[in-house]
Design a protein around this ligand. Structure first.
Ligand SMILES: Cc1ncc(COP(=O)(O)O)c(C=O)c1O
Length: 470
């Protein structure tokens, strides 16, 4: 589906009524969820005593309680009540080979049994992993590892400032770059500014400029008004939240041109898109070269401590432990490049290539997207549709992300919440049928197969059956 059709169909949804589950139907769904999940529910209430909110994985949150898992295999997760789920959460993206990918786990187990997890010296796999990234990603000549996507984004903008000697960062509203102080603006929804990140003095944002996704005029204005002081533009190349706030086809190219004209760096945050959209990452998929690339969770395939920045030697050299030409971007971290992460990362990249995981996951997503659209077409009264960017599927039902809060923010924001709540109830109904989505997003992996697809379609058929005809 092309960009314009996606935008038009989102607009159609936003301009039509929401389709909440009737109150008694929703109660039935919640009852079913409770019946299936008594152990998860008990665990959740114990967790709440020890862990604020009972949850540390924001993406795995669900009402009335979050699931606790006990086992995984391939494209499946099993919760502690023994329920099986076709998993489309996939740890928020990284598990493209599928869970428990034995050849990968075997390499990590071998490392741990022979060498332990970390010692504070360099490990050969650190170099091998960096060389593999350099081989695959055209703009990358050197790599510096850190321990998370948040750290990698923080390093990338620091490096941009050291290299350009400029201060300001353009951040695109609704694009997520972790939870560091200066980047926690409009993290969940465009136009909400610091709403979701209390505890950060406003001075921390003084050099962060927000521009809306696909606001070409606003982007040009930001450069114009901060002439000679933009160090970098930081974006998810797909558009915010892995293409939820979808990038216009000319967006990345325009960013590239404006950065070139103004002596600023273009930073692609490929924490989710890297090695998922293409082996050459978003830059290969969109055909636009960034100056720096931020990598995160996917590079270690779920093993802890995943983060890296890559780019040309000329920029990356400032990550050096001592100053280069009198300058350096300080970076540290005990867990950076720990042996487990670099071993997992090196072999994950090998296996992603060997098993053609990028292509196969994307082919599954193409087929599932088509099948979902065929299913939705059977309900002429519902404007639902699905689109995918390679192996990332977005299913638009209540389309909270199609609302603009720019005009009349208060009124529109309550509509965003209302629409978001409805899609969460659909997700809950899917969970009762053994499907685990990430809200309206479905990450696909090498292990999804025809049986998973059929189960997914059956579950969506069930959801549609709960929505009264209009
Ligand atoms: C695009 C993007 N950037 C950065 C991050 C932050 O990464 P981490 O959670 O490893 O700090 C995420 C996490 O989901 C992400 O999706």
């Amino acid at each position: 589906m092309d960009y314009q059709e996606i935008i038009d169909r989102k607009r159609t949804i936003v301009n039509s009524p929401i389709h909440p589950l009737p109150a008694d139907t929703l109660q039935d769904v919640i009852r079913l969820f409770h019946q299936r999940g008594s152990k998860s529910r008990d665990e959740f209430s114990k967790m709440k005593n020890a862990i604020p909110g009972g949850l540390q994985h924001n993406l795995g949150s669900s009402e009335p309680f979050s699931l606790t898992y006990s086992k995984t295999q391939g494209d499946k997760i099993y919760d502690i009540d023994g329920n099986e789920y076709v998993d489309y959460l996939l740890d928020g993206g990284p598990i493209i080979l599928g869970h428990h990918f034995e050849p990968l786990d075997a390499e990590v187990v071998r490392l741990i049994s022979e060498q332990g997890p970390a010692v504070g010296l360099t490990h050969e796999n650190e170099r091998r992993f960096a060389e593999e990234i350099i081989k695959l990603v055209p703009s990358v000549e050197m790599v510096r590892f850190v321990a998370s996507g948040t750290e990698a984004d923080t390093l990338a903008i620091r490096l941009a400032r050291v290299y350009t000697r400029k201060k300001k960062i353009i951040k695109i509203a609704g694009n997520y770059h972790g939870w560091s102080d200066q980047l926690s603006l409009s993290i969940n929804f465009p136009g909400t500014g610091p709403l979701d990140a209390e505890g950060i003095p406003k001075e921390c944002y003084q050099h962060t400029i927000e521009v809306f996704q696909n606001d070409f005029a606003g982007l040009a204005r930001a450069f114009e008004q901060n002439r000679d002081d933009i160090a970098a533009v930081l974006v998810e190349p797909s558009g915010g939240h892995a293409g939820t706030f979808l990038a216009h086809p000319d967006w990345n190219k325009t960013l590239r041109d404006l950065c070139d004209q103004n002596g600023s760096l273009l930073i692609f945050d490929e924490v989710v898109t890297g090695f998922r959209l293409a082996l050459g990452c978003g830059e290969a998929y969109y055909g636009v070269r960034p100056d720096l690339t931020v990598f995160g969770k996917i590079i270690s395939h779920g093993y802890a401590g995943a983060g890296a920045v890559g780019g040309p030697r000329e920029i990356m050299r400032f990550c050096h432990p001592s100053s280069v030409d009198g300058h350096k971007a300080f970076v540290a971290g005990t867990m950076s490049a720990n042996a487990v992460m670099v071993t997992a990362g090196y072999y994950a990249l090998k296996f992603i290539q060997e098993y053609q995981a990028v292509e196969k996951a994307a082919a599954y997503a193409d087929r599932l997207t088509q099948a979902l659209n065929d299913l939705f077409a059977t309900r002429k009264d519902l404007p639902f549709f699905a689109y995918n960017i390679q192996s990332i599927i977005h299913v638009e039902t209540s389309c909270y992300n199609g609302i603009s809060v720019v005009e009349n923010p208060a009124a529109r924001f309550s509509e965003v919440v209302e629409r978001y709540t409805v899609l969460q109830t659909y997700a809950l109904a899917l969970m009762t049928q053994g499907i685990l989505p990430l809200g309206d997003r479905f990450y696909c992996c090498l292990q999804h197969n025809e049986a998973s697809m059929q189960k997914t379609l059956n579950a969506w058929e069930y959801v549609l059956s709960l929505i009264p005809a209009s």
